[in-house]
Design a protein around this ligand. Structure first.
Ligand code: NAD
Length: 440
């Protein structure tokens, strides 16, 4: 099938590459000229494991092109995937849907045949219905229809998640739209991927409800961490014991620095804001608490670091391991790690940051922090090392030899992933969040 993809960020570029890999002819469009130039040349504007290799392979087949012309992407295609950003609106908790609106308008203006416009961006419930109404008003000479197909990929596992999704959701208003989406994803459906068809509003809600649930689970265990600190209990053991209960499950139940990134924080805020607009704010009031618990984890990490170095950051050298919002990504949007680094810097610490992939993005956001190419350089003569993003590289540090790098062998493991005994045996003082002791 001939597909267009509008927006080639973390979601759109991966979607375009994966759809071409599945055999479709894809032309992807973005307003950002530098992204299009890089992608056309076979290099990725972001770090995503496996992406560069797959991009090179599908470009070589001739089934994928990138363009800065909406016309070139849209003309001749029968399905258009809208993958543009929906960031938090300045001065409000609501989502800014203007990029979706302009992408939608560009498709309608450029369409030269009948087609299905498929939203993949995460949007406030009701957006698809509104666009469907606008489409009816637009009186295009071609039969265009709206569908919503929310995306559940995780950065760091985006290729795997797109080629082997745990489910596909098709929000449609006609049999034709459902049939078209079944055709697009035919090989995934044949491989047994569960797929559900719903109305437009339900499909929009699936995505934000999933993110609200995950955020709540993380904040739940972080709330337990706060209680553990009060009574000198250990949230890591608590979490492990809870996780064995298969009604609860162990995933997303690691207490620590909390969630960040370009999705969860803005999505729960936008969901609450939308509920308010719909007169249902009571239903989602708890998400405000979920958000507050999450933000508090960052404050607690900073307070813990300050207390470990004696109550004052002035004159202290703090190494921060990790800048990305999570491992295997270079995304620093609303990154807890960078927030903590920046807060300690503002309080007078000499903050030295390392990340295996996210330094360039981090430097753009916080240019006044010091960045280093190796963990060892960042940690040289540190009074405290803060593990802020749980990259494998940090998990595999050998504490006995690393001890000679730092000035004082003490480490705040804000992700609670290091083996305490192993590090203590190597002469380190190891601190966590929610594990009692001096950081409580
Ligand atoms: P992003 O900021 O990385 O990419 C958005 C892209 O859209 C940018 O390259 C931008 O230049 C482009 N764009 C903006 N307006 C445009 C227009 N009118 N025409 C063409 N291109 C335009 O964002 P992202 O992380 O890819 O997220 C996109 C959407 O997908 C958001 O709604 C997000 O919530 C959702 N989502 C993201 C992920 C993820 O892991 N990143 C997962 C699931 C859903």
């Amino acid at each position: 099938m001939k597909l267009s993809v509008i927006g080639t960020g973390y979601l759109g570029a991966v979607h375009a590459v994966c759809m071409a890999h599945l055999g479709h002819e894809v032309v992807a469009y973005d307003t950002d000229a530098s992204k299009i130039a890089m992608l056309s040349a076979g290099s990725s504007p972001f770090y995503e494991p496996g992406f560069d290799e797959l991009l090179g392979a599908v470009l070589a087949t001739g089934r994928l092109r990138f363009t800065q012309s909406a016309d070139e992407a849209v003309s001749g295609a029968s399905v258009h995937f809208v993958c543009v950003g929906t960031p938090q609106m300045a001065g409000s908790d609501a989502a800014d849907v203007r990029y979706v609106d302009s992408a939608f308008k560009a498709v309608v203006a450029s369409a030269d045949c009948d087609g299905l416009i498929v939203g993949k961006s995460t949007v406030p419930v009701g957006t698809a219905q509104r666009l469907a109404a606008e489409l009816a008003e637009a009186s295009s000479p071609h039969a265009l229809e709206i569908a919503w197909n929310p995306e559940f990929l995780r950065e760091g596992k985006a290729i795997e998640d797109t080629l082997r999704p745990d489910r596909l959701v098709f929000g449609v208003t006609s049999e034709h739209a459902e049939k078209t989406l079944r055709q697009v994803y035919g090989s995934l459906i044949d491989a047994g991927t569960p797929h559900l068809t719903s109305d437009l509003a339900t499909s929009e809600l699936v995505k934000v409800a999933a993110n609200a649930f995950l955020a709540t689970k993380i904040s739940f265990i972080n709330a337990m961490a706060e209680v553990c600190d009060v009574v000198d209990a250990d949230v890591v053991l608590l979490s492990r014991a809870l996780g064995y209960d298969d009604r609860i499950g162990s995933r997303f139940l690691n207490a620590g620095l909390g969630f960040g990134g370009g999705c969860l924080p803005k999505d729960i805020r936008a969901f609450s804001a939308r509920a308010g607009e719909l007169g249902a704010s009571d239903a989602l009031r708890f998400l405000h608490e979920v958000d507050k618990i999450n933000v508090r984890q960052r404050e607690k990490a900073v307070a813990a670091a300050r207390s470990i170095v004696g109550g004052d950051f002035l004159g202290k050298s703090i190494a921060v391991l990790g800048a990305a919002f999570k491992p295997n990504s270079d995304d620093v949007r609303d990154s807890p790690a960078l927030n903590v680094a920046a807060a300690m810097h503002l309080m007078g610490a000499d903050v030295r940051v390392h990340d295996p992939k996210a330094i360039a993005n981090a430097r753009k956001r916080f240019p006044t922090l010091s960045y280093f190419d190796t963990a060892e350089d960042a940690c040289r003569n540190a009074d405290l090392t803060v593990l802020a993003t749980e990259w494998d590289e940090y998990r595999s540090i050998e504490p006995a030899s690393f001890r000679s790098v730092v000035r004082v062998p003490r480490l705040l493991d804000t992700r609670n992933v290091l083996d305490r005994q192993y590090w203590s045996d190597a002469g380190w003082q190891l601190y966590g969040l929610g594990r009692g002791g001096p950081t409580a």
